[in-house]
Write a protein that binds this ligand. Sequence first.
Ligand SMILES: Nc1ncnc2c1ncn2[C@@H]1O[C@H](COP(=O)(O)OP(=O)(O)O)[C@@H](O)[C@H]1O
Ligand SMILES: [Mg+2]
Length: 318
Amino acid sequence: MNKRESKKKYVSSKWIKTLALIKNTDLITYIPETRKVNFESLDEMLNKHHVVYVKPSRGSLGKGVMRIKKTNENEEEIYEWQQDLEVKQYSSYNALYNDLNHQIQKTKRLHIVQKGIDMVKYKDRSADIRVMVQQNTNSEWEVTGIIARLSHPKKVVTNISSGGIICNIETLINHLCPDDHNLIEKLKWIGLETAKQMNKTYPNMKESGLDIALDQNLHPWILEVNTKPSVIPFTRLEDKRIIDKIVRYGKAYGRHYYLKPKFDIKGNRIIKPKKRSRKGGKGITNILENTHPEKRQKAAKPFPRKYTRYRKRFPLKR
Ligand SMILES: Nc1ncnc2c1ncn2[C@@H]1O[C@H](COP(=O)(O)OP(=O)(O)O)[C@@H](O)[C@H]1O
Ligand SMILES: [Mg+2]
């Protein structure tokens, strides 16, 4: 790895982060098999695991994350693909791959394929866990927050931006295994070991937010390591000492968090009401109120800088 790469505080590529993590032999049992997507790798992964997740290597908020299942019914192969609320079925691998490859090519991004974890459920929603690990003011690693996230009942991702909701970790663990007091300790150990491992490759990295799934045997699997994790889920916990500590530790190493929720519980982006335009137009909120959430999200984005610069040079005539 070159010098510039190792100085990084934040790494977005899930592929590169997986390569850094699998160097730790103690963590291997918690890392689901992950490969770059191509015709052969996807076929092999589907034959081996039957359920896989395909996702953009540089992605976030659960965007572009797909689940693919392979089943054999009456000796006939069926492939089921799901992204968001859209579900498609294919009767041949070639047909599935053609469609998928077309979609991947459009994004021009590397995609990875990962063993699908049959996650535990709570109230009909898939549940995974966010473990926040930070360097404290003595430069020691500390787990500062653990929280569970429950997916939208019909979706394959737990991200809050996709309609997921948060849940107290104690509530989830009490529901899954009331007598097992080791599970939280195991999650904490995985969090600490992961942060230390990432820090070996990236010495400037001061925090990690792990997405961990529990399978039906309550075995933990690290789905992703976020190097610049959002802390908004922790603001929703009743115990405010947790978020206070996270913010305090972050501040000490120069990180400032965005603390206002960006999405409501339905996954819609929360938009600040804007002033009415001078022409007496409807204003951005009114225009967006009755539109599809995806369109609303797009429209709510600020103008690209290029456009702003252009408008400065050529202001609109009023
Ligand atoms: N291998 C997997 N098995 C089961 N669920 C997964 C897997 N990978 C991702 N997911 C689900 O999709 C969500 C988003 O995937 P993730 O890898 O965290 O990408 P993002 O950066 O978009 O959050 C996860 O929180 C989890 O709910
Ligand atoms: Mg994630």
